[in-house]
Design a protein around this ligand. Sequence first.
Ligand SMILES: [Zn+2]
Length: 83
Amino acid sequence: MSKGFRNADSTQDMSEKATADQINAILERDRLQAAEAEERRAHGGYGICETCGKPIGEERMAALPTATRCMRCQSEWEQANRP
Ligand SMILES: [Zn+2]
């Protein structure tokens, strides 16, 4: 019984580490994306999807000022770049 508990603990340790790594990867990705958005704002093209070239949309830009892609392209990009 106690062995079973130990196994459960070590499994949880592993999943917590994996989660921390994933969070770091996501934070790094967000940081790069924010820097990219800042650059685009300085050079124009802010609020335009970098993938399809269409407006990202006021609502999305208000919710996520660092967005560089429209909702559709972002979700496709996230599926391709999942940590
Ligand atoms: Zn797009």
